[in-house]
Ligand binder design. Structure first.
Ligand code: ADP
Ligand code: MG
Length: 685
């Protein structure tokens, strides 16, 4: 099999087909290659144990022959299937399954098989509950699920461990070799296992050592390619020489700052200085403005915009959602229009776009605020010089904004509301300079967070009612069900109906969810701002960027279903003004240990750095679908906390190679070029 085939659609793999392929897609598996690279998150040692020194509660894998079986019901009507096995060391072992009618079909008298499970010793006899087993069909049968170290994967949607193991096992068997994704000289120099050996030992390790070595190589590869992307941007950017014509002193900025009814924090002032200094350099600015939700990044961005406009350039500000774009638009317009700045909004649901396009093209608009629609071909600028992307907490390592390409040597500023540890910052934004806002505006008070049990609900709603009398506003967030608009709507509607009949009867409630179009959403938010609504019940649509100063209470229902960073974003919607704000997390009774830990950390810490650090720690490698929830993509194999040293090494190597061979034209680097292109085209979401 050649590598080309490995990148064909997973549905063509034997034993998969279109239906299973769809389910595998949900695990991020689109090709055979993705399947090979799907990491187990743990292993079970099911190597055969011939001596059978059974102790109570120990985990064993034994070879045995089925000598009898039977089925019966307990008094309460529970179905039990039991079988007796004689093991190779002549022990008798009772195997028991509850409520599993399929087992009967798969076991026969005389079958010889490997059985894995925990042994219970009861009055001198041995019992295994729900063992995993694999029957020898013939002498040459290959064991997949037992008899060796066996992988355990994260799965969902009814994809079983056995199924995954089987397709991965036979895929590995069927390929002779896999083209290396690193050049030979690196593999030799680092003493790496071959790619095929690494992958084999990732799934079905010969032993722990081989597994570790293979994993190291896989980690190195993904870090190396990330390092390459980062290094290339860095080199390209620093080698540019650009003539710019920014004004020395901007009166627009002065007027704007003196119109504010607060004074800037030191961190805001320093960030502004750093940005303005960059803009005046003879290379394009490439800077990240990092600061927790609510620290006041928008003011800083506005200053940069005004410097550009005062110098005769156009600026663009792009936000991840319509609501957020709309809000930036309203807010910035409010403060700069009176200074003579021409601002326009451009999102997909805006009408008379044509007319706006032509004004943008003629340079009659100074600042365009919008969503992804800004990237469309029809949008042409006269002299775009500053692009600001408000990523909030959505990251893209590989895909950077193409909006930059609409201007010549554009200055680029990214805002992010997820403070992240240094190692992660280097991996995601290593090519960018960093401005950090840590200090909160002093008028803001720390949001008080409380974890409410179901018996505390009445007290909580009574508290909310008191606050409503004081003119304060409350958000109530219900868990969104990923990708299902209907279900979102259902959960919001249910809570709304319920509350309007019970705890919040007679109060003015509003609803917001993804089934409303953005005009309807905007209307609701306006009603909330104007004081026509006291309590807004919605999905995580309220998550990003909303800035409503007298909203002081955030209630998060079924909080166990949210990721840490997402909870923190939601909390950031309150506490933006002078009043004391509160965040209540309400969880179901029966939640996992993991969820308990998460909610504990959330209730204890208010610092975004701490939150994102824990978020990364809680989710080990391989938990890829946590990405959407938390916004922080993680590597498949590498871990930001454990693999710092390897990351430095890989980044160093990548930069060194590029410095000698910027366009990867050397023969020995061809494999890097091919793989880099492949990885740059990979699906990100
Ligand atoms: P974020 O960093 O989340 O984008 P914003 O820029 O939206 O934060 O600011 C949050 C709120 O704090 C806004 O209402 C803003 O007007 C206000 N704010 C910003 N800077 C200050 C400051 N130095 N002092 C007081 N309030 C401020
Ligand atoms: Mg903001």
């Amino acid at each position: 099999m050649n590598n080309g085939d490995l990148f064909s659609d997973i549905k063509f793999l034997k034993g998969v087909g279109p239906k299973m392929a769809e389910k595998l897609n949900l695990l991020g598996i689109y090709t055979k290659y993705d399947l090979l690279m799907y990491p187990p998150f743990r292993y079970i040692d099911r190597k055969l144990m011939l001596d059978e020194n059974f102790t109570d509660g120990g985990y064993y894998t034994v070879l045995g022959k089925v000598i009898d079986f039977g089925e019966f019901y307990t008094k309460r009507g529970k179905y039990i299937f039991q079988s007796v096995v004689e093991t190779s060391a002549k022990n008798y072992l009772f195997l028991t399954w509850f409520n599993n009618r399929f087992i009967k079909k798969s076991i026969n008298k005389g079958d010889i098989a490997l059985f894995s499970g925990k042994i219970n010793i009861k009055r001198g006899s041995y019992e295994m509950l729900h063992p995993d087993f694999e029957i020898f069909q013939d002498d040459f049968m290959e064991l997949i699920n037992t008899g060796k170290i066996v992988p355990v994967y994260h799965t969902k949607n009814g994809i079983t461990q056995k199924y995954l193991r089987k397709i991965i096992f036979s895929l590995i068997k069927s390929i002779d070799g896999i083209e290396e994704d690193l050049p030979d000289y690196l593999i030799k120099q680092k003493n790496f296992l071959s790619l095929k050996e690494s992958i084999t030992n990732l799934h079905f390790p010969e032993n722990e050592d081989k597994n570790r070595l293979g994993l190291k190589r896989l980690k190195y590869s993904e870090l190396f390619y990330t390092g390459l992307i980062v290094a290339r941007r860095k080199i390209e950017n620093s080698s540019k020489y650009v003539e710019k014509n920014y004004v020395e002193k901007s009166s627009l900025v002065e007027n704007f700052l003196s119109s504010l009814d607060f004074s800037l924090t030191d961190d805001q002032k320093r960030s502004i200085e750093e940005i303005i200094k960059d803009m005046k350099e003879t290379k394009p600015m490439n800077r990240l403005l990092m600061g927790d939700v609510g620290v006041g990044k928008t003011v800083v961005a506005t200053v940069a915009i005004l410097v550009a406009i005062d110098s005769g350039y156009q600026s663009a500000l792009m936000a991840p959602t319509e609501i957020l774009a709309q809000q930036h638009y309203i807010k910035i317009k409010e403060s700069v229009e009176k200074l003579g700045v021409r601002v326009e909004l451009l999102t997909s649901s805006i009408s008379d776009k044509k007319e706006k396009y032509s004004r943008i093209k003629e340079g009659k608009i100074d600042l365009v605020v919008g969503t992804h629609s800004l990237i469309r071909d029809e949008v042409v600028f006269k002299n775009l010089k500053l692009v600001i992307v408000d990523e909030q907490h959505r990251f893209g390592v590989i895909h950077r904004s193409t909006l930059k390409e609409k201007g010549k040597d554009v200055d680029y500023l990214v805002m992010t509301a997820t403070p992240i540890p240094r190692s992660l910052y280097l991996a995601l934004y290593g090519d960018m300079d960093l401005s950090m806002i840590r200090q909160r505006p002093s008028i803001q008070k720390v949001v008080k967070t409380k974890w409410v049990s179901s018996t505390g609900l009445k007290k909580m709603y009574d508290f909310i009612k008191k606050r409503i009398l004081d003119g304060e506003k409350t958000f109530i967030v219900c868990p969104a069900i990923e990708g299902e608009d209907e279900a979102d709507y259902d959960s919001v509607k249910k809570v709304y109906d319920n509350l309007s009949k019970t705890y919040l009867k007679g109060y003015r409630l509003g609803m917001i969810h993804s089934k409303l179009n953005y005009r309807e959403q905007e209307k609701i938010l306006k009603d909330l701002r104007d004081g026509l609504i006291d309590v807004l019940i919605g999905t995580t649509i309220v998550e990003v960027g909303l800035d409503i100063k007298d909203a002081t209470i955030m209630v998060i229902l079924s909080a166990e279903r949210f990721g840490l960073s997402q909870l923190h974003q939601l909390r950031g919607r309150v506490g933006r003004g002078e009043r004391q704000s509160f965040c209540f997390v309400v969880s179901s009774e029966d939640i996992t240990e993991e969820a308990i830990n998460r909610l504990k950390v959330f209730s204890r810490y208010n610092d975004g750095f701490k939150i994102s650090e824990y978020d990364l720690k809680f989710r080990g490698p391989g938990e890829l679908w946590g990405k959407k929830q938390s916004g922080i993509p993680i590597f498949k194999f590498a871990n930001f906390f454990e693999d710092m040293i390897l990351m430095k090494e890989a980044f160093f190597d990548a930069e060194k190679i590029l410095k000698n061979d910027m366009n990867l034209l050397k023969n020995e680097d061809k494999v890097i070029k091919i793989n880099l292109e492949r990885k740059s085209n990979e699906k990100v979401d």
